[in-house]
Design a protein around this ligand. Structure first.
Ligand code: NAD
Length: 290
């Protein structure tokens, strides 16, 4: 397939490299990052999109996505699919999809879970919103870049799934960390706590697969000085998106709201920036009640 790829940063570069390895013809554009081996460099986003059957974007946020989409949609071949894999607000995802459809293109919002490791290994999970025909067109590419692709519904449904998942993730990480800090203060050994909780009703992905306590459970960023992994500022970005969506949809999300506030202080004034999101455990260790 002829693919245009816009945004070749930490995630986009390995995703594009996997498409090249699978034999696809990829033309890329990024305002700063170098092209991975095998990706032809375009002089602009519009140039990368010209003649492509699928245009993939992997960009930092919704306003950048809107600007890039406004530039690439007029350059795209009629019937081609614009597939945004960035994590952005639901409103931007829907607006971009509407513009693409009005111009005769297919459109998908297909954010990913799995991080940089999953992008490199080709094991991402894609959660897609948009029309079924576009999903079928892009499915073979999802299968190269990932191990699972779920068609979640109409435009915006992929972003909705992503922020709901990550709101659970943020809230659960905090619950797991505050429980470890409480266990410490009660004199309960962390390994014993893990042995019980990981096989009891308090189990979760954050406890069982990504344990925030160093030396406990499977290897995780906690065992590597809390180097990300999934950076605290990306967790904060997704929590903020969940709260923006909750505001727009009039949904009551008190735990999501509190998790957003806690990650906000952690990233902005408690040294969390650049650390894995599980590094919020040492923050709880240092604190006292009230
Ligand atoms: P990144 O900052 O490494 O990459 C974004 C790239 O977009 C950069 O190389 C930047 O130069 C480029 N860019 C910015 N504006 C541009 C423009 N106008 N035209 C072309 N290129 C432009 O970020 P990332 O970690 O690769 O994340 C990309 C997206 O994936 C984000 O939306 C993020 O939330 C999401 N995501 C990231 C992870 C992760 O673990 N890093 C996991 C899941 C989802």
């Amino acid at each position: 397939m002829k693919i245009g790829f816009i945004g070749l940063g930490n995630m986009g570069a390995p995703m594009a490299a996997n498409l090249v390895k699978a034999g696809h013809e990829v033309t890329g554009f990024d305002t700063a990052a170098p092209m991975p081996e095998g990706v032809a460099k375009a002089g602009s986003a519009a140039e990368a999109a010209t003649g492509a059957e699928v245009v993939i974007t992997m960009l930092p946020n919704g306003s950048i996505l809107r600007a890039v989409a406004a530039e690439v949609i007029p350059a795209m071949t009629s019937g081609a699919v614009l597939c945004d894999c960035s994590t952005v607000d639901v409103e931007s995802a829907r607006a971009v999809a509407a513009d693409a459809r009005a111009a005769g293109m297919g459109a998908l919002d297909a954010p990913v879970s799995g991080g940089v490791g999953g992008a490199s290994a080709g094991t991402l999970t894609f959660m897609a919103g948009g029309d079924a025909a576009s999903f079928e067109t892009v499915r073979p590419l999802f299968e190269i870049m990932g191990q699972k692709a779920v068609h979640c519904g109409d435009a915006g449904a992929g972003q909705a799934a992503k922020i709901c998942n990550n709101m659970i993730l943020g809230v659960t990480m905090i619950a797991t960390c505050e429980a470890f800090a409480l266990a410490d203060k009660l004199g309960l050994d962390r390994q014993k706590m893990f042995d019980v909780v990981s096989t009891s009703s308090g189990y979760s992905w954050t406890m069982n697969a990504y344990c925030p306590a160093p030396g406990v459970g499977p290897k995780s960023p906690a065992d590597n000085g809390y180097k990300p992994g999934f950076a605290a500022e990306l967790m904060l970005k997704d929590l903020r998106l969940s709260q923006q969506a909750a505001g727009g949809a009039d949904a009551d999300t008190p735990m999501g709201q509190l998790a957003t506030r806690l990650y906000e202080s952690f990233v902005e004034s408690e040294g969390g920036r650049g650390m894995d999101f599980s590094a919020i455990l040492p923050r709880f260790e240092k604190r006292h009640r009230g």
